[in-house]
Each structure stands twice: as structure tokens, then as C-alpha cells.
Design a protein. Structure first.
Length: 110
């Protein structure tokens, strides 16, 4: 195998999948497979996080396409940044609530 083949393999392994190649149920399925995610509130939060994740991914690709243009408008990037931060807060709160419920449940079981 020559160096050109190795470069191609490395580039292909770093390729970001497009929105149409992503399994949008993977995040929700992974979260709901965790202990105590059978609670309706936790399941709803996992579903909402997955929905927003798909929205953000579509927005990321739009901003990427826009940034390639010479006369791109930075407002899309600012909006993406704000929404990404909100997604992080939501993910943190979901995991914080889950951990607290595990602790509370363990406390009462002992």
C-alpha cells in the first residue's frame, strides 16, 4: 500500500457523516437504556434532547455551507452557538436529574 492510499484511509476515517447518514434514534435509545429512564419525565427529556440534536446538526450544516461563501453573514453562527450552549445545559440537567434520582432511589432502598 503506498502513501496515497494511507492518506485516503485517514481522510475517509475523519469524514463527518451528513445529516441523512445519522441514526437519530441512537441518542434517545442509548439514554433510555439506562437505569431509571423508564420514568416518563426522563424519557420525554431524552426524546427532546434527541430532537434538538437533530435540529442543531441541520443548523451546523447550514452554517458550514454559509461560511464557505465569501459574503457570509455571521448571525447564523451566533444563533448556532447560542443553541449549542442551550443543548449542553439541557444535557447536563438531564444527567444531573438522572444521577439525583439514582442517589435518592438507592438511599430509600438501603
Amino acid at each position: 500500500m503506498d502513501d496515497d492510499d494511507n492518506d485516503f484511509d485517514r481522510e475517509e476515517s475523519r469524514r463527518v457523516p451528513g445529516p441523512d447518514e445519522i441514526d437519530w434514534n441512537a441518542l434517545r435509545s442509548s439514554l433510555t437504556s439506562l437505569q431509571m429512564f423508564d420514568d416518563p419525565y426522563m424519557g420525554m427529556q431524552a426524546t427532546n434532547l434527541g430532537i434538538v440534536d437533530q435540529f442543531l446538526t441541520d443548523l451546523e450544516f447550514q452554517v458550514l455551507q454559509e461560511s464557505i461563501k465569501d459574503d457570509s453573514d455571521p448571525s447564523g453562527m451566533f444563533f448556532l452557538n447560542a443553541q449549542s450552549q442551550m443543548w449542553m445545559f439541557s444535557a447536563y440537567e438531564l444527567l444531573r436529574t438522572w444521577r439525583q434520582r439514582i442517589r435518592d432511589n438507592t438511599f430509600f432502598v438501603c
